[in-house]
Write a protein that binds this ligand. Structure first.
Ligand code: NAD
Length: 463
């Protein structure tokens, strides 16, 4: 890493936080405005950097990175002062006179570790929460998106308060080094394995963590689904970012009676979106590195390929691929796909599909295409996941009022909008009692029988 994180920097950030400067609403709003200016003025540079990292199109970069971040900033700016207000709590009569409230207070110096697949959004969306909470922050982008990481490291400081917000570049070794410092919160986005390491390192300092992890997100298509809509939306969500999205549909569970027409419609959607040769499409991204390419390529030997299957190692290109004839025990179902390969399993009932979902643990999201509202209730009551989205995919992550996060194996904690503000603040209980009124003896020893009788009566009366 170019900028080596050192004890002096850590102490500087602590000192900045302790000065109280980051607490005011004005400071927070100014930083959010700075982020907004960075996103607007450097939109093309950002798109170029992400394109250089894994050939993501500028349209997709705008849709899933800059425009998302700009709307979150607008949302937070609009509501921040209200979220910051202390919440009054009623004080029972026998504790009167007094005022009680819950305040939301900044955490201190927080560490944000981003994943590469949405290299800007996964660093800056948590940063929006951290700023809204009034914290100092160190942001560590992923080394697997080096151009975006470099852009953040070299440019962000000109738009925000650089003595409170710092970008540190690096990979595994540098991140491990960072984790030796005592942060007040660690917000991690990435794999389960590294998430476990983060939790372990955080435990050394008893530092709380938010873990935004991955997993296999199932997509169920019932016999009542609008198949045309399902096909277009599944193909769009699956092959966006070349399948390298944490909430991408990982595998399909399709009612056996609709598999054939659904696959047919999906094939024509693929053709419409990316043309007869997706390698030529400017809208189709590449796999991030050779390790992932080799892993994904290995899957192309499983099941029956009904669309795609072509590869070009030189470009790390894997065509949008759909594989049918997959069983729950297949290799394709063992680990998170995180690439442009979609396994399709057929089921004879929603109950059977639900059982397969339950056996896969707690995914980040579950998708359902059905026109029967009882199906959604059935699925909701029998499964666990961070989110659930019916008749669409991905968009539940863009609704600012919906906290975004996982559950169990897919993570812990949430962010986006107010949930981000809450993640990056701690609630503090405050009681203010009179300093000058008479102070009766009732609560103090000695507690004779008469005093106890009176105390019991008062407490029973008012609580
Ligand atoms: P990764 O776990 O390999 O890396 C994530 C970050 O951790 C990077 O910044 C990396 O430098 C850093 N890191 C590397 N070694 C580390 C260590 N020993 N300890 C701590 N941090 C370390 O993940 P990735 O390949 O960048 O991302 C893919 C994974 O992230 C997938 O599993 C995906 O589902 C998940 N993901 C989750 C979300 C979400 O919001 N839940 C979003 C995007 C990606």
């Amino acid at each position: 890493m170019d900028v080596q994180y050192e004890a002096g920097m850590h102490a500087g950030l602590k000192c900045c936080f302790d000065s109280g400067r980051t607490r005011s609403a004005e400071w927070r709003i100014t930083q959010l405005q700075g982020l907004e200016a960075f996103l607007k003025r450097r939109e093309s540079a950002i798109a170029r950097a992400i394109h250089a990292d894994f050939r993501k199109s500028s349209a997709e970069s705008w849709l899933t990175e800059t425009s998302y971040l700009l709307s979150e900033i607008r949302h937070v700016r609009r509501h921040l002062r209200r979220w910051m207000k202390p919440r009054r709590v009623p004080v029972p009569l026998h504790y009167q006179p007094g005022r009680a409230m819950v305040t939301r207070e900044p955490l201190g110096v927080v560490l944000i570790i981003g994943a590469w697949n949405y290299p800007l959004q996964l660093c800056l969306a948590p940063l929006i929460g951290a700023i809204a909470g009034g914290n100092c922050a160190v942001v560590k982008p992923s080394e697997l998106a080096p151009e975006t990481s470099r852009l953040l490291a070299t440019e962000l400081a000109s738009y925000v308060d650089a003595s409170a917000i710092m970008v540190v570049e690096g990979g595994q070794d540098e991140t491990r080094e960072l984790l030796r410092y005592r942060f007040d919160h660690i917000f991690f986005t990435g794999s389960r394995q590294k998430g476990g390491e983060v939790m372990h390192a955080a435990a050394e300092h008893l530092t709380p963590v938010t873990l935004e992890l991955g997993g296999k997100c199932p997509c169920l298509v019932t016999e009542s689904a609008d198949l045309k809509r399902a096909a277009r939306r599944i193909v769009w969500a699956k092959f966006l970012n070349a399948g390298q999205t944490c909430i991408s549909p990982d595998y399909l569970l399709v009612h056996e009676s609709v598999e054939k027409p659904l696959l047919e419609l999906m094939r024509s959607a693929l053709d419409r979106f990316y043309g007869s040769d997706p390698m030529e499409s400017p809208d189709y991204a590449r796999v991030v590195d050779d390790r992932q390419f080799d892993r994904l390529r290995g899957y192309l030997r499983e099941g029956d390929i009904v669309a795609g299957g072509a590869v070009d190692p030189a470009q790390r290109y894997i065509a949008p691929t759909i594989i049918r004839g997959v069983t729950p025990h297949s290799r394709l179902m063992k680990e998170e796909m995180f690439g442009p390969v979609l396994p399709v399993l057929t089921v004879s009932s929603l109950a059977q599909a639900t059982e397969i979902v339950r056996n896969g643990g707690e995914p980040l999201a579950i998708y359902l295409f059905s026109r029967d509202s009882a199906d959604l209730r059935f699925l909701r009551e029998r499964t666990l996941s961070g989110g659930i989205c019916c008749n669409d995919l991905l968009f539940h992550a863009s609704i600012m009022g919906l906290p975004f996060g996982g559950r169990g194996m897919s993570g812990t904690g949430a962010y986006h909008g107010q949930a981000g503000f809450e993640t990056f603040t701690a609630s503090r209980s405050v009681l203010v009692r009179s300093g000058g009124l008479p102070d009766p003896d009732l609560r103090y020893p000695p507690y004779g029988e008469g005093k106890m009788r009176l105390l019991r009566r008062i407490v029973n009366l008012f609580s």
